[in-house]
Design a protein around this ligand. Structure first.
Ligand code: ADP
Length: 292
């Protein structure tokens, strides 16, 4: 059982021939909506891989919020603890033109997710095997979730994205930090230091993703380990990190090395297909990939 605390967004994507200039109105070529937000993405990734998943988040009292809950429920994610805020459901407005993009993110209701919403979902923490959070909801809420997980003796995984410096208390409460190289330096304020040294300084507490190279972690006694990535034809790398995190939580009971191997495989499969959630493999697809 995985409890995810995090963001829920709808990506609104338009394709145009040129970007509109200030004051200009133009006709676009295509429009599509894609469910997203790191919280929702990681919840869906874990659910597709067979975990029982509860997502704690906050949407607006609007059509996009209702749609996101429907999408999540269809993926088998327990949406009981998704609160309804006063602000609009979080969105990312993405304009694509000739290989470039312009993006506006409005966090909206995601920033209304409060410590009280965590307390309300206490039963979910009680039943959890792993609690997984990211940083697209208020830091105070993430910290509270870490405290509650700690109080229940549950492992707390933190994917520190987007990149930001983390308070020491949150680091102490985090069982496993799962940054990429850039987020690692930001989270621990270790710009300029070799990441290998940073990992060794917190033995057993960090798993760092490294794109197609795979991931790195240290054992409890400080030995640096590399879990190699899988070689695939990359089509769209959005959602690779989210897939990796959801998979790591889903397979945590198999032990660090095996969970990381499967998370790498899931991440690799996700980049072979378009879209964040669109690319996330099912358990059957993952197993077939690992035995082929
Ligand atoms: P983020 O998207 O958060 O920056 P990474 O790029 O490190 O994260 O990717 C997360 C994981 O997804 C990697 O550790 C790896 O397992 C997998 N992955 C990402 N890109 C590729 C790729 N091109 N080929 C194979 N696996 C990949």
């Amino acid at each position: 059982r995985v409890v995810v605390v995090g963001s829920i967004n709808m990506d609104l994507v338009t394709e145009t021939d040129t970007f509109p200039r200030l004051g200009e109105t133009l006709f676009g070529k295509r429009f599509a909506q894609y469910p997203g937000g790191k919280g929702a993405n990681q919840a869906v990734a874990a659910a597709r891989l067979g975990a029982e998943v509860t997502l704690i988040g906050c949407v607006g009292d609007d059509a996009l919020g209702a749609q996101m809950k429907t999408v999540l429920a269809r993926e088998g994610v327990d949406t009981r603890w998704i609160a309804t805020g006063r602000e609009a459901t979080g969105i990312a407005q993405i304009t694509l033109s000739g290989g470039d993009n312009a993006i506006v993110v409005v966090s909206g209701a995601n920033y209304e997710l409060s410590p009280a919403d965590i307390d309300r979902a206490e039963a979910a923490f009680h039943a959890a095997d792993v609690v997984l959070a990211q940083l697209e909801v208020p830091l105070a809420t993430v910290r509270h979730a870490a405290r509650v997980a700690h109080a229940y003796g549950k492992p707390f995984f933190l994917n520190p994205a987007p990149a930001v410096a983390l308070p020491e208390e949150l680091l102490e409460l985090t069982t496993l930090l799962t940054p990429n190289e850039h987020e690692l330096a930001a989270a621990l304020q270790t710009h300029g230091a070799a990441w290998q040294d940073v990992l060794r300084r917190r033995p057993g507490r960090i798993a760092m993703t490294h794109g197609k190279d795979g991931a790195y972690y240290t054992t409890e006694d400080g030995e640096l380990k590399h879990q190699p990535g899988f070689s695939v034809q990359a089509v769209d790398t959005t959602g690779a990190g989210d897939t990796f995190n959801g998979a790591l939580a889903a397979f945590w009971h198999l032990g660090m090395a095996e969970a990381m191997r499967r998370a790498n495989a899931a991440g690799a499969l996700s980049v072979t297909r378009a879209g964040a959630q669109g690319g996330m493999p099912t358990l059957a697809e993952l197993e077939q990939f690992l035995t082929s």
